[in-house]
Design a protein around this ligand. Sequence first.
Ligand SMILES: [Zn+2]
Length: 357
Amino acid sequence: MKWIADCVIVRIFSVPLLLLLGLMFVHAAAYKSMAFRFNGQDYVPIGDWARANGLHCVWLKRGDEMVATNRATRLVFDVNSHYVEINGVQVALSFPVANQKGVALIAQFDLEAVVRPLLFPERYVTPKTIRTICLDPGHGGKDTGNRVGWQFEKVYTLALAGELRDQLKKAGFDVILTRTRDAYVELPDRPALANRRGADLFVSLHFNATEEGRGQVAGPESYCITPVGASSTNARGEGSDHGPVPANRDEDESLLFAYQIQKSLVGNLNADDRGVRRARFAVLRDARMPAILIEGGYMSNPFESKQIYSAAYRRQMAQAIVKGILAYQRLTLPSPPSISLPKNHPAKSGGKSSANQ
Ligand SMILES: [Zn+2]
């Protein structure tokens, strides 16, 4: 009989509920009017946005670092930073977090292109069965990729791809590779193969190197396509063309995919988190499926390079990538068919639990 009691309670509270709805409407109107304009972008107060989405928001360091939390979610915003930490993973924003007279602000653009898809994935993912995965070992043949001492990036991307192919096949996926030997493959041919073969996911594999801070800079980075109208995280030489490319059609799913991969790599390898980043790489631009590029670590870092050159570590890295793929796959599963319940059953009248993850 509990559901009858619930119905009575709903009736008793119906007037206050209407008042609450009215207040929410007024609040929404006020929230809209609180837009700030910087660098040609609309910014909104993080606190207002967080409260409207059921998150509790406080300064961790007044004026510098703000945290928004609920039972399932923790977001950390650093003023002037181009990154937001989402449940422990750094994710690149297109515009920096700002502080206007003590009010922390985020670009509306980033709320829509980054924060919302990661917080409410079920609204952005089309249910789909993932069968075929296209792996793209970076470089090959005359293109060595990064070269550190006598070590060539192209050797280790191929070795990682082989390990990953074996593990993915064991997990039940079909796998295609853009190259299986030390051969040169043009960049546009790589996503073109994935498109032609109807791959459900595209994963380009690379290893990084840097001249500056060789001893300090380490850790994986996961890239997905840059949103239309924004600059890439590494915009060097990209030019000013920020228009749409075919991969923008799947940009929300690619972001969710990159996020799951980065989270798994950092968590399972205990590596430094260099973040989910955005780029219009040639191998990503034309992909017609969720597509990412993994920089698995820095060959220029004396410690990390030893790991990259070790088959045992690459096996662990492949395991972490498989776990990330399975985590992304769980997001794409069709929702279970709803069980038919009697009319007025409490499970029917009860509110949905928080969608935040
Ligand atoms: Zn590379």
